[in-house]
Structures are given as C-alpha cells and as structure tokens.
Design a protein around this ligand. Structure first.
Ligand SMILES: C[S@@+](CC[C@H](N)C(=O)[O-])C[C@H]1O[C@@H](n2cnc3c(N)ncnc32)[C@H](O)[C@@H]1O
Length: 442
C-alpha cells in the first residue's frame, strides 16, 4: 500500500510518510524528532538514526506521533528485533506490543533509560546530575541503570514470570495487544517469558468467552493460567497461594496478586532496599524501634528487606489496600514479632496517623518510610502527608521516573535531601525500569 509524501510546509496528516532525523528519547519508549519545527514522537526508532515514519496522530498543534516503517541511516545499536511479531518487517498496526526496545542493543537500552531518568529528575525534580570523579557524564550515565543478574548472558530474554494475554472478542484468538492499540495480535512465541510460561501459553488457541489470560510461573511452584471470563471481575485461581523464592527466603503470594515480573526483580529490589537501610544504620540514622512503615507493601517483600538489615527486633507496619496481599504479608513476616500488616489505603492510613497522639507522632518522626507505589506514584497528596509526618528517612521505590521526579520536587521543597539514587533494568526490551531513591530529613 502506498502512502502520500508530505510536501514541505504542509500540515502533517495521519497516514503521511515522512523522513525524520531522530535526536532524543522521551518518556514512554518513543524517540523524539522534529518535522518543520513540530516535535514528532516516533516509535521503533533509535536516537541518532534517520528513519522513514508513518504519521499516526496529528491532532495536537504542538506535537505529532509517528511510527518507523523503514530505517534510512541505522544506529550501530540497531539489532534484529528479539521478537519477529514486533519487528519492522510487519506493518506497524500488526506489530505486537510489550517489547518496544527489542530492536536496540541491551547496553544502549540502559543508556536510554538513564537519559530518561536524569532528564525527568532535572526537569520535574530539580536534580542535576554531575559526572563522577575522573569520568565524563556519558560514562556515569552508562552505569546508572544496573542490569539484573543473568540478563547480559541471555540477551535479556526469558525473564518474565508473569504475562497477560488477551482474547479477541470477535474471533476468540489469544495474544498480546498490538503496540499502541487494544487489538489482539496472535503470536507464535513470547521471547520475554520464562520457560514455565512458554510451557503453558495457549498460543494459537481460540478461547471464546474469555477476556484475559494471565500466565503465572512462580519461582518455586507450578506454572498456572488464570482465566478472566468476559463480564466477570474475578479470575479463576487468582486467590490461590503460590510459593516464590527470593534468594533462599520463601514468600507466599496470591497467584493473581502483585509480584515483580522479572525472575530476578524481587531479589534485586530486596537487596537494594536492604543495602539502603544498612547504609542508614551505618550513618546512625535508622531506629529499628521507631514507627517504620512499608507503604504499598504488597506481600511484605520490602518490610522483609528492612528486617534483613535491621534485625529481628525491627518494628514495621506494612500498609496495603488488597486484603489478600495483606494476609500474605502477615504470613511472610510472621517471624518478626514487631511487624504488623494492615489492610488500608495509604492516604487514609496516613490521615489517621496524622491525628495520632504526640508520642506516636514522635515515633513516626524517628522512623523510616519505605514506599513502593503503583505506576502513578505516591502523588502530591500522599507525599505531602509523608512530609507532614516528617520521618527521618524515606526510601522510595518507583516504576515511573516522572512520577518519582515530581514527588522528589515535593520532598526536596519540604526539607528532604536526595542522598541516593539507583536504577535497575528489570524490564529488558521494554522502556520500563525501576528506581530507588533515598531521602534524608535535613
Ligand atoms: C508496586 S506494588 C508493590 C508491592 C510490594 N512492595 C512488592 O515489592 O512486592 C504496589 C502495591 O500497592 C497496592 N496499592 C495500590 N494502591 C494502593 C493504595 N492507594 N493504598 C494501599 N495500597 C495500594 C497494590 O495492591 C500493590 O500491592
């Protein structure tokens, strides 16, 4: 099918083919280019390339969106896509979603993630990055986003222990959504999934009446498939308990509950939080008997990490809105006599704490808050409540760099200093990554 060329000076139209010099990376896994002064966010490109791209959205005056159809000048970091179903060989509409960096060398993916993090921290958090002694900034950035163990050896494949597939309501075909749309794309492989998921994935099947297919392959349990039927909220088997192993420690988790998707991610984050707490202990800033909190605590992974650093006398309360996850946290933290697992919304619980008597408020002021909110971040409301409680330290685990950067601004304006920042590439071949920021009350 031929697409119209856009003549110089003409407004961009959906479907037009244009050539773009790609200059940078934006949040959300798309690159940045300019066409006649207008910003164009372009998918499936790499900064530094010249590409041919098809305009997919031109509604806004300030920017347009496009998707690469061919590469004119390729980056040296361009690789064959790790997933044929998402490659440039396919028409953009038929490319599978969920591996939007799969055409980029792993090392460069991490570099791009570092750029996104530092740019967000600078623009929204007011934090500027400087080169470490004797290095230039590019070298410092190259080391900022850490690889998960084993990924360099496997080219970042076979890591996902959780995958959600969808069912086409018309045909019943099973597959991931297409990139940039909710159209189901049948595929014959899931290269990011681990062996347990590959074993049970119903690829090529038809499942009329089903809406979602969640594939779960726990580290210490049999893989399983949770079916969400059309019109039903609950998924069969979602509340079954499964066993996960983090290094040699067992965790009980609901099959349908939150658990990090990369096989190494729970250990990576457990270790990172444990190390952050150990450093606070070394600096004499951590009080194990204070009112320590693990907010958005899930099944208690990060409270357990705090305890690993602080010892079994740690006092900590996990706050989590999902009742079943709280039950798991209570079980997973049972050996800690000072641990309490609460089912509550974080904002509501913090509002209660702000009304607590002075002695309780004093314990909270001496405490450390670990928080690991969903993608939207804690937000101004919860961040404001935390600064009003004024704990000695805040350890913030974030899966969205812009949300982290915005909350960083609030924290820094309220008397907290950012004393540590790490990032982890626990979603190879996607634009996602996890950050850990440590803030200390000045
Ligand atoms: C990113 S997960 C972190 C879970 C846990 N820290 C871990 O590492 O496994 C976020 C958790 O926050 C919970 N959650 C989402 N919104 C919440 C809210 N407003 N209040 C309390 N918990 C919430 C979710 O159920 C989920 O378990």
């Amino acid at each position: 099918m031929a697409f119209p060329e856009t003549p110089a000076g003409a407004p961009l139209e959906v479907g037009a083919e244009i050539e773009l010099d790609v200059t940078g990376i934006a949040h959300g896994g798309v690159s940045v280019a300019r066409h006649e002064g207008r910003v164009v966010f372009v998918a499936d490109a790499i900064p530094g390339e010249r590409v041919r791209a098809r305009v997919t959205d031109a509604k806004k005056k300030s920017f347009a969106r496009a998707v690469t159809t061919a590469v004119v000048d390729a980056s040296e970091d361009r690789r064959d896509h790790v997933w044929d179903a998402a490659s440039l060989e396919r028409d953009p509409e038929n490319r599978a979603g969920g591996a939007e960096f799969g055409h980029i060398a792993l090392e460069r993916q991490r570099m791009l993630k570092a750029e996104v993090l530092t740019d967000a921290m600078s623009r929204f958090g007011g934090v500027e990055f400087a080169a470490e002694d004797g290095e230039d900034l590019a070298e410092t950035l190259a080391e900022l986003v850490e690889a998960a163990p084993g990924d360099d050896e496997t080219n970042g494949l076979g890591y996902r222990s959780r995958v959600r597939l969808h069912v086409d309501p018309e045909t019943g075909a099973v597959g991931p959504y297409a990139a940039r749309s909710r159209r189901v794309i049948p595929v014959d492989s899931l290269p990011l999934a681990n062996a347990g998921i590959a074993q049970i994935a119903p690829l090529g099947d038809f499942m009329p009446g089903v809406a979602t297919v969640d594939l779960v392959a726990p580290s210490a349990d049999d893989p399983r498939m949770l079916l969400g039927m059309v019109g039903e909220k609950t998924r069969a088997g979602a509340s079954d308990a499964v066993q996960e192993l983090v290094e040699d420690r067992g965790f009980l988790v609901r099959a349908g509950g939150f658990w990090q998707v990369h096989r190494e991610a729970p250990a990576v984050l457990f270790t990172a939080v444990r190390d952050a707490i150990s450093e606070l202990i070394e600096d004499g800033r951590f009080d194990p008997a204070a009112g320590n909190l693990d907010l958005y605590g899930g099944a208690g992974l990060l409270a357990a990490a705090m305890a690993e650093a602080a010892g079994p006398s740690l006092k900590v309360t996990t706050v989590e809105s999902d009742e079943a996850a709280t039950d798991d946290a209570a079980e997973n933290l049972a050996e800690l006599v000072g641990a309490l697992a609460l089912t509550a919304r974080v904002d509501r619980h913090l509002a209660e704490l702000l009304k607590a008597p002075a002695s309780v408020r004093d314990r909270l002021r001496r405490g450390t808050v670990v928080l690991d909110p969903p993608r939207s971040g804690a937000g101004g409301g919860v961040t404001g409540q935390i600064t009003e409680l004024a704990p000695a330290n805040i350890v913030y685990v974030a899966c969205d760099p812009v949300a982290l950067a915005r909350d960083t601004k609030t924290l820094r304006e309220s008397g907290y200093e950012l004393t540590g920042l790490r990032a982890f590439d626990i979603f190879p071949h996607t634009h996602h990554f996890e950050s850990l920021a440590v803030f200390e009350r000045e």
